[in-house]
Design a binder for this molecule. Structure first.
Ligand code: NAP
Ligand code: GCO
Length: 264
């Protein structure tokens, strides 16, 4: 049974894994036996991430690469496959959010969010697919969101991108399943990372952020998720245990999507 979830002998590329959810997923993969490749955008984050991985006993290989830049991505994948090994597992984790009311959002801001959260997963998946097709084996995991299913005020670009990422996931699954490549999504609920820090800020009067209070009423688990909550589901989607799971979005949300919300 342990072998079913082992990633021994595999190489995993986790984008945007200098910290946050990507770091937790990469750490889980390393603990399951995989060699780790990751990227971020700047030298400072790269240096800190390499030190953090080393402190966790992980010899990760890091690259500075903007996932929206197709040439940089192709170069990173080529370098990684030469220096570490063929990419067996890709996690499209890198992402941003801009919380702006849609009628006030510029087209440039909208495009930037879609570029990073939707076009980049296409670019990176396209870079690793040829090798996976040749080896007739591969795992692609796209980090989706509650906003792949739900909308809310101020996140129009993010929801459009994450909704699109859900369908890109299904389409990669459809087009490449015949090569024994499985493409699935992992849909975190609300996770305590830098991306959601603004939603958890303690108010001047010492009270919890209104969104924080709202979210607790919407979450059966009655807590924010931690990046560590994603480690097991991510290992499942990267391992042999999910070889017949394809085009599925695995929501890891403490029950948010199942729940109408606690009566005030
Ligand atoms: P985070 O803490 O803001 O980390 C985002 C990561 O993405 C950083 O490592 C960042 O790297 C990287 N990144 C952003 N733009 C990039 C680009 N153009 N090229 C390369 N790397 C880039 O976010 P998180 O909370 O860990 O979220 C990670 C993923 O999970 C995102 O896709 C997010 O949408 C999704 N998600 C988050 C939650 C949540 O509640 N936190 C829930 C559902 C889904 P640098 O800035 O260092 O370059
Ligand atoms: C927001 C949050 C969410 C989370 C996540 C939920 O402002 O609503 O940032 O979008 O990041 O995507 O699954």
């Amino acid at each position: 049974m342990e072998q079913l979830f082992s990633l021994e002998g595999k190489t995993a590329l986790v984008t945007g894994a200098a910290y946050g959810i990507g770091y937790a997923i990469a750490k889980a993969y390393a603990q399951a036996g995989a060699k780790i490749v990751f990227n971020c955008r700047g030298e400072e984050h790269l240096k800190k991430a390499l030190a953090d991985y080393e402190a966790d006993g992980i010899s990760a290989k890091g690259y500075i690469c903007d996932v929206t830049d197709e040439e940089q991505v192709k170069q990173m994948v080529s370098d990684a496959e030469r220096e570490v090994g063929p990419i067996d597992i890709l996690v499209n984790n890198a992402g941003i959010i801009k919380r702006i009311p849609m009628h006030e959002m510029s087209a440039g801001d909208f495009r930037q969010v879609v570029d990073i959260d939707l076009t980049a997963p296409f670019i990176v998946a396209k870079a690793v697919l040829p090798g996976m097709m040749e080896r007739r084996s591969g795992k692609i995991i796209n980090v989706c969101s509650m906003m792949s299913e739900l909308g809310r005020e101020t996140v129009s670009a993010y929801a459009a991108a994450k909704g699109g990422l859900k369908m890109l996931t299904k389409n990669i699954a459809s087009e490449y399943g015949m090569y024994n490549i499985q493409c699935n999504g992992i849909g975190p609920g609300y996770i305590a990372t830098p991306q959601t820090a603004p939603l958890r800020e303690i108010q001047p009067d010492g009270s919890r952020h209104p969104f924080d209070q709202f979210l607790m009423a919407k979450t059966p688990a009655n807590r924010w998720g931690e990046p560590e909550d994603l480690m097991g589901p991510a290992i499942f989607l990267a391992s042999r245990a999910s070889d017949f799971v394809n085009g599925h979005i695995l929501y890891v949300d403490g029950g948010i999507l199942a729940y109408i919300g606690k009566q005030p």
